[in-house]
Design a protein around this ligand. Structure first.
Ligand code: C3B
Length: 824
């Protein structure tokens, strides 16, 4: 770690806060409202960052190391203030300084809106990666979109999800800096005029009659922990080319000026709230090309300015990592820039491109695959489409050469086929690396989903198991446990999570076990308080906190969880003396606005909660809580308080999962299927320290390919399951409308629109899940053994630090060199 040269003076910091408040709001600090106090503090913290930020980019300019551009439609950053204070290693000092001003850091942190520029796992992974890149002193930019509205706020009204716009920028973002000097034009539509330039003998392509916008970047600081590195997350805003004015009116370009103004406004207006689902909207493709074009133009210009204007060795200093297929137009955009703007021939441009671009796959869900209709794609991006066509033509030639006469291979692998541009095929064909996000996921890619590609180019494929940053998800989220750990083994774990293994000796130490469980208890009290304040529900901190927080998706099977709760409730009603450990089932989940069955599931959870929580006859044995507006900031409180981590996706469907790692790190036991990174978690902690149930991924895939699963058979033969399913349609949980949950019922029992009944094997796994839940109950009763188990989970979480993941990306894919920064 590099020395942190920036000195900190409490007195100076206090003065800054006070003077910021005056110059921003013309107020003394004791007259300011909470938001104004937050802004005043945030600007003071920014002052502590700024010299390091400048020094970092001076160092990069001078030393010219290779840089990774992490291209992502989503960066789910959460709040910045607390995290920045932590990574500056000045959290406690600043907290004390604020106390001396009579200010409470927790209240101040609570004023900051989450930067929710993402949906779920994929967006949060990007945020964790940025944190690790800066901490490991790797030169990196995050490239994304400055959405005016991020992920919607979820309100629960009468049990239903209501989406409310997230106007996160309304009070201004104190940490961002507008960089107007790096603006770029991005062109849409029109047509391509081509001609031969006689002088050079080259074909020239010019886009004509297009509409364009100006992309203007805003930089957010990404601070390395305990070092001088401050990288940038660069998010692009769109501005009209000519702000609507008289001169364009005079020229008769009135229509065009208005159109361009609207184009600019619409492009960055809002994040698409879909997770693992492709909607195929034109505006989405505009967003993709918009931020990719601006980012690639800037990267190439920066490189040229440092290499005498010569782009031919771009790949030595630049690499683009595509976070899923969303930024895959980067392939064609880089080709365009190299050829049309820098005069390279196809072969040379292709050689550079295929050494520069790499691709991460995050899902095998068929409905998430991006396939753009040719008509839309070519109309919006005419020159880009030409290039993709040529890439496809050459690729198909290659396939034919390798597999003569095998038309099936062409059908399965071509970039353009059946009237569609297939973005994953483009990314694989052009990328020098294709990685999955957990061992099992990568195996499924190689053996199933991308089998033909793997056979043709095995050398591209590799695995990079996901990770999470312990700075946010332990040090910031769980200060009690973080302090306990540091007390015992020092603070090396903050940048080297494997060091937690030193704590394993304490699992046999009675006192340490008690301390660990007392911390868990305090965190449960903290969450209980949050739930009381936000939901008005009293929960018992001595009950088992059994938590499923993640996006609402059928494959994640929140429905299995709630159906089991309905079953358990029936059991308790039949046998009021039933001896069970009190359990609080906690859910948090947003559903994509247009995802009907997901929204119905939220309503079901809330209605079941209503019935169960108000039934005094069960003596509070079980409670059900749906936490409104699940997001990064409340996730931090939730993970720290969990006893049981529900990771119950249908095996093979969850590429990795990262919530599973956050729970584990904070001392929860996984109740899960052998899916995604759960497999590796079990490998780390040992089979005895997790409760596993359900079909294996092989079994799921076999049923999917060969058939032979009939949920109706289970319905007919299992009385308990039948009883629960009938309660979906008899009004027990929907007195106002017995038909309310009919769709859910049908989805489990009937084939619909070509979809198999019970697509996600909920009934098939039900009994095995109920048994697993019984095991949890039994194991929790043995306090000593439970404490051991959850401690082992926490202390074995080292592998799942995003520092490990990023170290692997940096050395095995990107070939980056660590570039420490000195501050003068
Ligand atoms: C998610 C996957 O669903 C998770 O299993 C995985 O852990 C994360 O990505 C990160 O790799 N994912 C997502 O959040 N959004 C998508 N569109 C595709 C995958």
């Amino acid at each position: 770690m590099t020395d942190t040269a920036v000195s900190f003076s409490k007195e100076e910091f206090k003065k800054k806060v006070v003077s910021n408040c005056k110059s921003l709001y013309r107020k003394n600090i004791d007259e300011a409202d909470k938001q104004q106090v937050f802004q005043s503090v945030a600007y003071a913290v920014k002052d502590l960052i700024i010299d390091k930020w400048i020094a970092t980019h001076k160092t990069y300019d001078k030393e010219d190391p290779k840089v990774v551009y992490y291209m992502s439609m989503e960066f789910l950053m959460g709040r910045a203030l607390g995290n920045n204070m932590i990574n500056l290693t000045k959290y406690n000092e600043i907290k004390e300084a604020l106390e001396e001003l009579g200010l409470d850091i927790n209240v101040i942190e609570d004023q900051e809106p989450d930067a929710a520029l993402g949906n779920g796992g994929l967006g949060r992974l990007a945020a964790c990666f940025l944190d690790s890149l800066a901490t490991l002193e790797y030169p990196a930019y995050g490239c994304g979109i400055r959405y005016k509205y991020g992920m919607f706020k979820q309100e629960i009204k009468d049990g239903y999800q209501v989406e409310v716009p997230d106007n996160w920028l309304k009070d201004g973002n104190p940490f961002e800096i507008k960089r107007s000097e790096y603006k770029y034009e991005v062109k849409f539509g029109g047509y391509v005029r081509s001609y031969r330039d006689e002088a050079s003998g080259r074909d020239i392509f010019v886009q004509e009659d297009y509409r364009s916008v100006i992309a203007v970047p805003y930089d957010l600081p990404v601070i390395g922990y305990g070092n001088n590195t401050v990288n940038s997350l660069r998010i692009w805003d769109a501005e009209p080319v000519n702000t609507f004015n008289l001169s364009s009116f005079d020229k008769g370009d009135y229509q065009k000026a208005i159109e361009e103004e609207n184009l600019a406004k619409n492009i960055v207006e809002v994040l698409y709230p879909n997770d693992n689902h492709y909607a195929g909207k034109e505006l989405r493709l505009k967003q993709q090309y918009f931020f990719v074009s601006a980012s690639v133009q800037r990267a190439v210009d920066r490189y040229k300015s440092m290499h005498n204007g010569d782009v031919r060795k771009l790949y030595e200093k630049v690499t683009f990592q595509l976070n899923d297929t969303h930024p895959t137009v980067a392939v064609a955009e880089l080709m365009r820039i190299l050829m049309d703007e820098n005069g390279l021939e196809w072969d040379e441009a292709w050689d550079i491109t295929t050494k520069t671009v790499a691709y991460t796959n995050h899902t095998i869900m068929a409905e998430a695959l991006e396939k753009w209709p040719i008509e839309l794609f070519s109309r919006l991006l005419p020159r880009i489409y030409q290039i993709v066509e040529e890439i496809n033509r050459r690729f198909v030639e290659e396939i034919k050469a390798k597999y003569p006469g095998d038309q099936e291979k062409v059908r399965k692998m071509a970039v353009i086929y059946d009237g569609q541009v297939k973005m994953a095929h483009l990314a694989i064909c052009a990328g020098y690396s294709v990685n999955g996000v957990a061992k099992l996921h990568t195996e499924i890619l190689e053996k199933q989903e991308l089998k033909d590609f793997y056979e043709m180019m095995p050398e591209k494929f590799n695995n990079k198991t996901n990770g999470i940053t312990q700075r946010r998800f332990l040090l910031h989220a769980n200060p009690l446990l973080a302090d306990w750990i540091t007390d015992k083994i020092g603070d090396g774990w903050i940048t080297d999570l494997k060091q937690l293994e030193k704590l394993l000796v304490y699992v046999n130490d009675e006192k340490a076990r008690q301390e660990f469980m007392q911390i868990k208890h305090k965190n449960k009290v903290r969450l209980a308080k949050y739930i009381k304040e936000h939901n008005g529900i009293d929960v018992n901190p001595d009950s088992i906190f059994d938590v499923q927080v993640k996006r609402l998706h059928e494959y994640k099977r929140q429905l299995l969880n709630i159906l089991h709760i309905m079953y358990l409730y029936n059991e308790i009603k039949k046998n009021p003396d039933m001896d069970i450990v009190p359990r609080t089932f906690i859910f948090g989940a947003k559903a994509a606005a247009g995802y009907k069955i997901a929204k119905q599931t939220i309503k079901l959870i809330n209605n079941v909660a209503e019935v169960i929580n108000n039934d005094e006859s069960i003596n509070g044995k079980i409670k059900v809580v749906f936490i409104e507006n699940y997001r990064v900031s409340n996730a931090e409180i939730i993970f720290a308080a969990a006893d049981v981590s529900e990771q119950i996706s249908t095996a093979s469907k969850e590429a990795s999962g990262t919530g599973n790692m956050k729970f584990m790190l904070n001392g929860a036991m996984t109740l899960g299927t052998m899916d995604g990174a759960n497999v590796e978690i079990v490998q780390e902690v040992g089979a005895d320290n997790a409760v596993i149930f359900g079909l294996s991924s092989d079994e799921v895939i076999r049923y999917e390919n060969e058939g032979g699963y009939d949920p109706m058979e289970i319905f007919n033969n299992d009385q308990d399951i039948r009883e629960v399913l009938m309660e979906l349609i008899n009004g027990k949980y929907s007195k106002e409308d017995p038909e309310m949950f009919r769709d859910i019922y049908n989805s489990l029992l009937n084939t619909q629109e070509g979809r198999r009944a019970d697509t996600y094997f909920i009934l098939k796994d039900f009994c095995s899940y109920a048994d697993a839940q019984k095991k949890i109950d039994e194991r929790y009763r043995d306090e000593k053994s439970w404490a051991k188990t959850v401690m082992i989970n926490s202390f074995k979480a080292g592998k799942f630090s995003s520092d490990r993941t990023i170290e692997e990306y940096a050395t095995e894919i990107w070939k980056l060199t660590k570039t420490p920064v000195k501050v003068q």
